[in-house]
Ligand binder design. Structure first.
Ligand code: TMP
Length: 240
């Protein structure tokens, strides 16, 4: 039995606990919602349970399709066990359509399909507001080597194909999403963190937002929208 021990890290959306097994951490998903790097903050009852269940289902599918991830098992509505990794301090964003900061940067409408997906790196650093950085910056900051940068991009694009297919099955378009990777003690890089409507943009066939933009932009209540994603994924992938 893997017991929850000391708090290792308190994040905006998750708390991470050490367990009695050195190689395993326990992630507890919280109800807190934040936007604008923490400047907008609210408690949304039920969000943690939904994101934990959605992330667990998606990581189970990724594991099943041969992607190496940190996910071990979901142990409660709000908790999952993960292999402990050293998180690489990069937000790896993949974009299939224009939206969000990409639309702002290039003054483009949202929802234009990109000819090929674009992978971007942001430096995970709250004090600096997670700046957009390029490959040379990643090397300069000694975050990853040339080979690792190539591997991160290749893995992100492979995951994009799987996720696009997975969400298409429940009639959602994967506009963009954010990934985080970590290193095992032997240096192997695997997928970590979460994949949920908090960390991706999902649009339905009428281009309604089915993701955290509903909170960021005050478009309505998050819970029924996130519940729809979970219920449809469960029906499609778990026969529930
Ligand atoms: P962006 O358009 O604001 O750069 O966001 C791109 C994608 O990355 C979007 O799906 C939301 C996700 N994301 C996070 O999960 N965490 C973050 O801190 C940011 C900035 C974006």
């Amino acid at each position: 039995m893997t017991e929850k021990r000391t708090l290792l890290y308190e994040g905006k959306a998750k708390n991470i606990y050490l367990t009695d097994d050195d190689s395993i951490i326990l992630a507890q998903y919280k109800d807190q919602a934040t936007a604008l790097n923490g400047k907008k903050k609210d408690q949304i009852s039920g969000k943690g349970a939904l994101n934990n269940q959605i992330t667990s289902l998606i990581f189970r599918e990724l594991n099943r399709r041969g992607v190496q991830t940190h996910f071990i098992e979901q142990i409660s509505k709000t908790e999952q066990l993960n292999t402990q990794v050293d998180i690489i301090p990069l937000e790896v964003v993949v974009r299939n359509y224009t939206a969000g900061s990409f639309s702002k940067r290039f003054n483009l409408a949202e929802g234009i399909k990109l000819a090929t997906p674009i992978v971007e790196f942001y430096y995970k650093n709250d004090d600096l507001d997670d700046p957009f950085i390029n490959d040379a910056h990643v090397k300069f900051l000694e975050i990853a080597s040339d080979e690792e940068i190539a591997l991160l991009k290749q893995n992100a694009l492979a995951i994009d194909l799987i996720l696009t297919d997975l969400f298409a099955k429940i009639e959602l378009k994967l506009i963009d999403f954010k990934l985080e990777f970590g290193r095992l003690p032997d240096g192997t890089i695997i997928l970590a963190d979460e994949i949920s409507p908090d960390t991706s943009r999902l649009w339905d066939m009428d281009n309604n937002h089915v993701d955290k933009d509903v909170y960021r932009r005050d478009l309505g209540d998050l819970i029924p929208i996130y519940q729809r994603v979970l219920t449809d994924l469960q029906t499609e992938f778990e026969g529930k």
